[in-house]
Design a protein around this ligand. Structure first.
Ligand SMILES: [Zn+2]
Length: 344
């Protein structure tokens, strides 16, 4: 089969690899119908050292179950399923409290002997805990929106949940990438009254307005912080959803959060040091966030996609075949595309 591998910064190739097969009785093999490229895939695309053996890529997909191990009970050959961006048993103590990304027996794609999903097919460990059946046909127009359950929608939702967003909350979302726009949609869905979106790409912030942003601030840095404060009577918002992962975005979050408020980060931090002194402590701020337990949110979010209440699939603005995945990375890197759909 074909699979996208990264060999270093800017170097993605589609190569032939052995077909995946069931190795353990709890495995399934899924033939991928839709996958996509994540904003977090761009971090290694910028920084990965040259790696001669390469690294498989992709952690978001939906597809059809092709084969199941003897112990798999919840899915059968031919089922259409969504695959979350981590795999898990969904039964351990962490999973039971909705923290599947800390599963005692789970893990992440593209590590060890587990491959990636920018590929024709993938072996899914712990299939019963990981795969969720989709109640639609394989040619449904809802597939792109349902694909967002594997990561980007769940991640935006997680940002809002960790921050405690609910009715009458005011929110600042930092970042107009796909996760930022999903955070806007999630905050709106949870009843947030005011949602200020900080982003400078007008086509993206326009979509953000359609998803529920009440205000858009295109300015960055001190100027952006000042504008958000002006919009909020001088104090900033109670919750800030940081959806970028670079130090300036964290700094911006500190600038626009109200005393006593919450900064929730879901952009994978590309830094290990930052301002956690008086600026955070002195105002009784809470710093939270982390990798979203996407699996935990699927049952809650899916009905709103099925009945058309939300259309998160609108973040996909380009589609490539598997052979053109390298072009997809380039397009996202150059910001010519917001989020690229891959149809193997
Ligand atoms: Zn678990």
């Amino acid at each position: 089969m074909r699979a996208a591998f990264m060999y270093g910064a800017g170097d993605v190739r589609v190569i032939d690899v052995p077909d995946p097969a069931v190795k353990h009785p709890t495995d399934a093999v899924v033939r991928i119908i839709l996958a996509c490229i994540c904003g977090s895939d761009l971090h290694p695309y910028h920084r990965m050292p040259a790696t001669p053996q390469g690294k498989s890529m992709g952690h978001e997909s939906l597809g059809v179950v092709e084969e199941t191990g003897a112990d798999v009970a919840s899915v059968r050959r031919g089922d259409l399923v969504v695959v979350p961006f981590a795999w898990q048993d969904n039964t351990c103590d962490f999973c039971r409290v909705g923290l599947q990304t800390s599963c005692r027996h789970g893990g992440f794609w593209n590590a060890g002997d587990v491959g990636g999903m920018q590929a024709d097919a993938v072996r899914v460990p712990l299939a019963d805990g990981t795969l969720v059946k989709l109640p639609v046909a394989a040619d449904s127009a809802l597939l792109p929106s349902l694909l967002t359950l594997s990561d980007v929608l769940g991640t935006g939702h997680h940002a809002a949940i960790r921050a405690g967003v609910g009715p009458r909350t005011d929110v600042t979302v930092i970042g107009d990438g796909a996760v930022g726009l999903m955070a806007v949609l999630a905050a709106k869905r949870l009843g947030a009254e005011r949602i200020i979106l900080m982003g400078r790409h007008k086509d993206r912030t326009d979509l953000g307005r359609e998803f529920g942003a009440t205000d858009v601030v295109a300015e960055r840095g001190a100027e952006g912080v000042e504008l958000v404060r002006q919009l909020t009577g001088g104090d900033g918002t109670r919750t800030v959803l940081e959806c970028v992962g670079h130090p300036p975005a964290y700094q911006q979050a500190l600038g626009v959060v109200r005393a006593g408020g919450v900064i929730s980060r879901v952009g994978v931090p590309q830094y290990t040091e930052g301002d956690i002194g008086w600026n955070l402590f002195g105002r009784n701020l809470t710093l939270t966030g982390g990798p979203a337990p996407a699996r935990n949110y699927i049952e809650e979010l899916m009905p709103d996609i099925l009945d058309g209440t939300i259309e998160p699939g609108r973040v996909f603005d380009r589609t490539v075949g598997l052979g053109d995945v390298p072009d997809g990375y380039r397009a996202m890197d150059r910001r010519e595309a917001l989020k690229v759909l891959v149809r193997p």
